[in-house]
Design a protein around this ligand. Structure first.
Ligand SMILES: Cc1cc2nc3c(=O)[nH]c(=O)nc-3n(C[C@H](O)[C@H](O)[C@H](O)COP(=O)(O)OP(=O)(O)OC[C@H]3O[C@@H](n4cnc5c(N)ncnc54)[C@H](O)[C@@H]3O)c2cc1C
Length: 452
């Protein structure tokens, strides 16, 4: 019998906070036991809770913390194929496989995510235009279904179930293990370059000019408005070879780093992030980006935010939300400008703005977020009026032919969501086939009509 306990859970944004019944199974056998012990109750898998809003919380049924399902099953160094349990994190994979010359093929901006969470959100990284999403490196996975079956899903076996899980938000079953392709590497370092841009037009031009670079992401000063709007630094990069490294780095080209010793020990008062502190922090960020060294370890290149553990506490008790949208290339420049102007005239105080250009979408997926276009992620402290601003932005994003990333969402409403994802009906049919009684359910799922 797997025990459950009451716990208040939230996503990374600490908004909303939800009282949940939580279980922490150790094995797949425990998962089966949980499923049988809850013949009518809901279940929801949870990884490391790095999605921002309410995808990994549920105030009904049991939230199944999968982080103890963290065993490796098999690794083939000739192909780079790793089979592991779904609770294995990218941080573990880096720690254990980078010294052997491999790293995750696709990674988000934090390494503290599980393989199960990466599949459920079909996460993307800085190289989406070259490498695509996590679906691109996932050969197959095993999933425990509502009726107790434990199926393998791949592009050739239960293909509907396979594709529906990328962006499926954990609502089709519990992924227990996966086979993913790792990237062979010569070093754990990256060559990088920061290009300072004075405004939005220059940023778009720079993105076009450096489109051939595999990794690219721009940080934008969220407080720059008017003619300066879009001011920031575009960072582009590629994997470094041993010859690119300095003497000291060459002695340990596959170096991994220990966990960060820095932790934000408590929640900051909600007022700590005001326009003055945000302006100051943006100045610091700008200097850090501009002066980035030409060779960077993966920690600084992919995961600068992981440097301070629990940095999300900096937003205070009310929490924050990250709003990420993508709009098509066509009219992209003017549409992004309009959306940023909505933010700058709203009176809300965005903190971190990150900008990228996505490559083509994977047409077999149904709820995967990226498609070819411009994507912006904006952190907002939760304040009065934020929901209203985001609703207005959602409406414009829909009219522009865009969509919002569910992995970071806390506010989107069902009517607008239904207009954003054109293959939603196909996904709902697969949900009805594999989970007809809606056993897998979450707060996000109920809010958006993905489950009852
Ligand atoms: C600092 C930071 C930077 C980020 N950068 C990016 C980025 O660049 N690109 C990007 O795409 N995302 C990014 N994210 C979001 C993050 O990558 C995703 O939300 C990811 O899915 C979180 O993984 P997790 O293990 O924490 O999953 P959780 O947040 O715990 O869960 C996320 C979803 O996965 C489901 N799930 C988890 N485990 C399983 C399982 N075993 N079986 C079935 N479903 C499961 C849950 O039900 C939930 O719906 C970032 C987040 C942070 C905090």
């Amino acid at each position: 019998m797997v025990k459950t306990a009451q716990q208040t859970l939230a996503g990374w944004g600490n908004y909303p906070r939800v009282a949940c019944e939580v279980a922490r199974p150790e094995t797949t056998k425990d998962l089966h036991a949980l499923l049988t012990a809850q013949p009518d109750g809901g279940l929801l898998a949870r990884g490391l809770g790095r999605s921002y809003g309410d995808p990994a919380v549920s105030d009904t049924g049991v939230v199944v913390d999968c982080t103890r399902l963290d065993c490796y099953r098999d690794f083939d160094p000739d192909t780079g194929l790793l089979t592991c349990e779904a609770g294995v994190s990218l941080e573990m994979i880096l720690r254990d496989f980078a010294p052997r010359g491999f790293m995750p093929m696709i990674t988000p901006g934090t390494k503290f995510v599980t393989v199960g969470g990466c599949i459920a959100n079909d996460i993307h990284g800085k190289a989406h235009h070259v490498d695509g999403c996590f679906s691109q490196c996932t050969e197959s996975f095993k999933i425990l279904l509502a009726d107790g079956r434990h199926l393998t899903a791949s592009p050739t076996e239960n293909a509907d179930l396979y594709w529906a899980n990328f962006g499926g938000m954990g609502l089709l079953g519990i992924i227990t293990e996966a086979t993913i392709r790792l990237r062979p590497i010569d070093t754990t370092f990256f060559r990088q370059r920061g290009i300072t841009v004075p405004n939005l037009d220059a940023l778009f031009d720079a993105l076009d000019e450096y489109h051939h670079m595999p990794y690219s992401v721009a940080w934008i000063d969220s407080m720059a408005t008017g003619a300066d709007m879009g001011r920031g630094v575009l960072t582009v990069g590629d994997h470094a070879t041993i010859r690119d490294l300095g003497h000291k780095q060459q002695r340990n080209p596959l170096a991994v780093s220990p966990p960060s010793p820095l932790v934000l020990p408590f929640e900051m008062p909600s007022g700590a992030l005001n326009t003055t502190t945000i302006r100051l922090l943006n100045v610091v960020l700008e200097q850090v980006q501009k002066r980035a060294s030409p060779i960077s370890h993966y920690e600084g290149f992919f995961y600068p935010l992981d440097f301070i553990d629990k940095w999300n506490r900096g937003y205070g008790a009310r929490g924050f939300c990250q709003y990420q949208f993508v709009v098509p290339m066509e009219n992209g420049r003017q549409n992004v400008r309009e959306l940023l102007e909505m933010v700058s005239t709203s009176g809300q105080a965005p903190f971190l703005n990150v900008f990228k250009k996505f490559g083509a979408e994977r047409p077999e997926t149904m709820l995967s977020f990226p498609f070819e276009g411009y994507t912006f992620a904006i952190d907002f402290p939760v304040r009065d009026g934020l929901q209203d601003l985001l609703r207005r932005m959602d409406q414009r994003v829909v009219q522009m032919g865009g969509r919002v990333y569910l992995g970071k969402d806390a506010f989107l409403e069902r009517d607008l969501f239904e207009q954003m994802y054109p293959r939603l009906d196909q996904w709902r049919a697969i949900k009805a086939k594999y989970d007809p009684h809606n056993r897998f359910t979450s707060n996000l799922g109920r809010r958006l009509g993905l489950c009852d």
